[in-house]
Design a protein around this ligand. Structure first.
Ligand code: NAP
Length: 462
């Protein structure tokens, strides 16, 4: 079937891909054209204008952020209302308010066009894996005509009747229940955490028993792993949904007291700078509330820490260092602005997280990525320049001290680096017990790397 598609955001991308995979002839428009490149590579046709997408086939999807975007795309000069042919179907899949859907239905009907509301149930990854659902409502003939499109995108489409707003009401109510569930999960997790429970255990109990379903599993996992920066739906869009729910309730005199909690949590999240994160950050808001004046801790890798550092939200870092000297990865203090840090504590015990100075971590990350000014491209270049046959280091970081031992033993010597057949520099550890500071070690390696290559030169790191 020929079909247009407007809005290649997170959800739009995943939906459009499924339509392409099902061999529909797809014409895609996005306000930011760069985002459709991948879809065009996958077989879609690029549409430069909303009007082109509207006229591409018998139907056109919109998958837009909010009511303002929908009003804009539909109402602007050359927009959907002006461009969709008579009898054409607008399949509106974003989560929108009852009011805008009513207005849009009237405007389309006045032009002999048809509105089908088809909001999505599920996050982008669920759409991609064919697990998402869809609620569809509109004239029966239009629903039948579009059924192959719905089948391509969703595991199941739930027909909600002839009035598009019925699907909208269901979607809003569904998100209301989901938002409250995430809020309840956040509260549950913060309670057990206060009693020292490992969050994963509570998650196992919750999702194996009463709440063994997709929503609890997906959001419980996000809360346990604190992967709020892996965004399915942004907190700002979650807040939009909470406002839609409260407005829908107020319009018909239905109180939604839990909805106010849901909304306020998201207002707090946005105020704390988390609007661009996944809307599960509600759980983080609850953690903040539960902490009172106490600490809120957030787990994650370098990328999470960078974002929070950049936002100025971290007071203290606890860094667990895995002493892998070589390799890539994100550098902790890159693009985080001018952060002033001081060492707080070093903990020395096996299996205990080491709290070490920021200087040492920065040095490790510079060495680890083979970059930085200190070693002029770092240890990676150093090793590239010398054709060693064997490199054997055992590095131990204790507090701020770094000890390096060679693991190559030959002729009573301990080598860190054993040269190749003809060329290279042996690096002998003359003092295996030596413990040096990170800065000291950098200095020593710098000295070695500056030495001219000599066929049989010996060097030492001690
Ligand atoms: N993400 C989810 O898990 C999920 C699940 C179910 C339903 N939904 C709903 O689906 C809708 C889309 O969500 P999403 O996560 O895909 O959002 P998103 O990634 O932020 O994408 C929003 C899309 O809307 C477009 N847009 C925004 N304002 C526009 C304007 N004034 N004119 C033209 N285009 C405009 C954006 O274009 P640009 O690329 O140019 O910004 C982008 O294509 C929302 O209503 C959301 O509530 C989301």
């Amino acid at each position: 079937m020929k079909v247009g598609f407007i809005g290649a955001g997170r959800m739009g991308q995943a939906m459009a891909r499924r339509l392409i995979e099902a061999k529909h002839d797809l014409g895609v428009f996005n306000r930011t054209p760069d985002k459709i490149k991948g879809l065009v590579d996958a077989g879609a046709k690029a549409m430069a204008l909303i009007a082109e997408a509207a006229r591409h086939g018998d139907a056109v999807f919109t998958m837009l952020a909010d009511d303002a975007a929908l009003d804009d795309v539909a109402g602007q000069k050359g927009g959907l209302l002006e461009s969709l042919p008579q009898g054409g179907v607008h399949i509106c899949s974003g989560t929108h308010g009852i009011g805008v859907i009513r207005r849009l239905k009237a405007a389309h009907t006045a032009r002999g066009q048809i509105l089908v509301a088809a909001p999505m149930l599920g996050r982008p990854e669920m759409v991609a894996s064919g697990q998402a659902g869809m609620v569809v409502a509109g004239p029966a003939e239009a629903l039948a005509r579009c059924a192959p499109l719905f089948a391509a995108i969703a595991r199941r489409s739930f027909e909600a009747g002839a009035e598009p707003e019925a699907a909208t009401a269901i979607k809003i109510a569904n998100n209301f229940v989901l938002g409250c569930a995430i809020e309840a999960m956040g509260e549950g997790f913060s309670l057990v955490r206060k009693y020292g429970v490992v969050p994963q255990v509570f998650n196992d109990v919750m999702t194996d028993g009463l709440f063994a379903c997709a929503a609890y599993k997906a959001y419980g996992k996000i809360i346990v792993e604190e992967t709020y920066d892996r965004v399915g739906q942004m907190a700002t869009l979650g807040l939009k949904d909470a406002n839609l729910a409260l407005a829908a309730g107020e319009a018909v005199g239905v109180p939604l007291p839990s909805g106010n909690v849901w909304r306020d949590r998201l207002v707090g999240a946005v105020a704390h700078g988390d609007g661009g994160k996944d809307w599960a950050v509600m759980a983080l808001e609850q953690a903040r509330a539960a902490a009172g004046e106490k600490d809120v801790s957030l787990g994650g890798g370098a990328s999470v820490a960078q974002q929070y550092l950049a936002a100025g939200l971290l007071d203290e870092l606890v860094v667990s260092v895995v002493p892998i000297l070589l390799g890539g990865g994100a550098r902790l203090f890159e693009n985080v602005g001018d952060v002033k840090l001081e060492q707080v504590e070093s903990v020395e015990a096996p299996g205990v997280e080491q709290r070490i100075s920021v200087d040492a971590i920065q040095s490790i990350s510079i060495l680890g990525t083979g970059a930085g000014s200190v070693l002029n491209q770092g240890i990676t270049r150093f090793f590239r320049e010398y054709p060693y046959s064997r490199i054997g280091l055992r590095c131990v970081l204790t507090n701020d001290q770094f000890s390096v031992n060679g693991t190559i033993h030959d002729g009573g010597k301990e080598y860190l680096v054993r040269r190749g057949f003809l060329r290279g520099v042996d690096v002998v550890n003359q003092n295996p017990e030596n413990v040096i500071s990170f800065r000291d070690m950098e200095e020593r390696i710098k000295r070695i790397s500056r030495r001219p290559q000599a066929p049989s030169a010996g060097s030492q790191l001690n």
